[in-house]
Design a protein around this ligand. Structure first.
Ligand code: PMP
Ligand code: GLN
Length: 381
């Protein structure tokens, strides 16, 4: 393993999912639903496969039907208009979009400011691009970004702000005021913004506002989303980028040498998914809200301190009521102790001490499974 990737080892999600499988535990670690998304969308994928749509290399930027659907979805929900031909790029999940954006836009030595705790691929992709990660720490209990701190982190080497709202793992949803403040700094210092909005349809408090819609942002923002979360098909790995044409061209330059193109038949299915009626998105969110409330109450009753998330399908908790053990040790022992797996937030900080008492649980599971998990966690006592 080269120096850039030294220290990244195995992702925490793989490690904790393997531990969950080995111990037969309920896996509230890695975020993937235990129920597949809409059947009609699955059928659309089957139809595409059978009809031979996308069984051979689809077009590099993605099939036109999907690019058109991505643009229409952005217009329907946010009033943003993108040209499907030049301003939309289909990627292999948001993961590839993040990698391609950073590889395309970051010069070796450039500083990239990213919230911490951060989604693990951000750190690895910044490193692969030869960039320097500069964390803006979101602190418990509120996990809000402090804009004065952000201003102070900006240097002549700062190239890019990497945002994530709704934020994994804390569930923070940036407010319009916070977004305006961040946008103003980006404009003032002529920074690029890459914004990961994969949980755009999972906002329980307030609503999702894409930073690309703010004044001065369109020409400097790469927005990323994905079908994995919204349609509960995390295994299909269809994501996308929307941005001004020059930025999409740049990201595409990197994408063509990473995967060249992304899975064909699934693109046809997701093109249909993006056109589902508003009721689909409302019901998805309201169903997840019930699960959030169920797990939040359950974790509280089991003795955890719960930081209620405004969005995503994760809950960050404080484990200090259970003793002095750090989050990583706690999560390594949890499956043996009570048959539930979780993820330590400490691995999402530069300094693991900063997250030593934070453990993340996902609630994208059936209600009966969440109830059983709570039952087991109550035995921790
Ligand atoms: N960004 C965040 C914040 C995520 O939680 C995830 C989920 N794994 C991803 C990106 C990756 O999305 P995808 O599965 O579409 O690659
Ligand atoms: N986004 C999901 C999570 O945060 C899955 C991540 C992954 O498996 N890479 O748990």
């Amino acid at each position: 393993l080269n120096r850039r990737l030294a220290g990244f080892g195995t992702t925490i999600f793989a490690e904790m999912s393997a531990l969950a499988a080995r111990t037969g535990s309920i896996n509230l670690g890695q975020g993937f639903p235990d129920t597949d998304g809409p059947e009609e969308i699955r059928e659309a994928a089957v139809r595409a496969l059978r009809a031979g749509h996308g069984n051979q290399y689809p077009p590099g930027p993605g099939i036109p039907e999907l690019r058109t659907a991505v643009a229409a979805h952005q217009e329907r929900f946010y009033g943003l208009t993108w040209s499907p031909d030049t301003e939309v790029l289909v990627t292999t999940g948001a993961t590839e979009a993040i990698a391609a954006a950073l590889l395309a836009l970051v010069e070796p030595g450039d500083e990239v400011i990213a919230f911490e705790p951060y989604y693990d691929s951000y750190a690895a992709c910044i490193a692969m691009a030869g960039g320097v990660r500069v964390p803006l720490t979101l602190r418990a209990p509120a996990f809000r970004p402090n804009l004065d701190e952000l201003r102070a982190l900006i240097t002549p080497r700062t190239r890019l702000l990497l945002l994530n709202s709704p934020h994994n793992p804390t569930g923070t949803v940036l407010t319009p005021e916070e977004l305006s403040g961040i946008a103003a700094l980006a404009v003032e210092h002529d920074l690029l913004v890459v914004t990961d909005e994969v949980y755009e349809h999972l906002v329980f408090e307030g609503s999702h506002h894409p930073i690309a819609a703010l004044p001065g942002m369109r020409e400097r923002t790469v927005s990323i989303s994905s079908a994995g979360k919204t349609y509960s098909y995390t295994g299909w790995k269809i994501g996308w980028v929307t941005a001004d044409a020059p930025l999409v061209t740049a990201v595409r330059s990197a994408k063509q040498y990473l995967t060249f193109v992304s899975g064909g038949p699934f693109q046809y299915a997701i093109a249909e998914a993006l056109q589902l009626p508003d009721t689909f998105f409302t019901e998805f969110r309201e169903g997840m809200r019930r699960k959030r409330d169920l797990l939040a109450d359950g974790l509280q009753s089991a003795g955890f301190r719960v930081y209620e998330p405004q969005g995503t399908y994760f809950i960050t908790t404080d484990i200090s009521p259970f003793g002095k053990e750090d989050a990583y040790a706690f999560c390594r022992a949890l499956p043996e102790r009570c048959g539930v797996a979780a993820v330590p937030n400490s691995v999402f900080y530069d300094d693991p001490e900063a997250g030593r008492s934070q453990v993340r649980f996902t609630f994208c599971k059936r209600e009966g499974v969440l109830e059983e998990a709570v039952e087991r966690l109550r035995r921790l006592g």
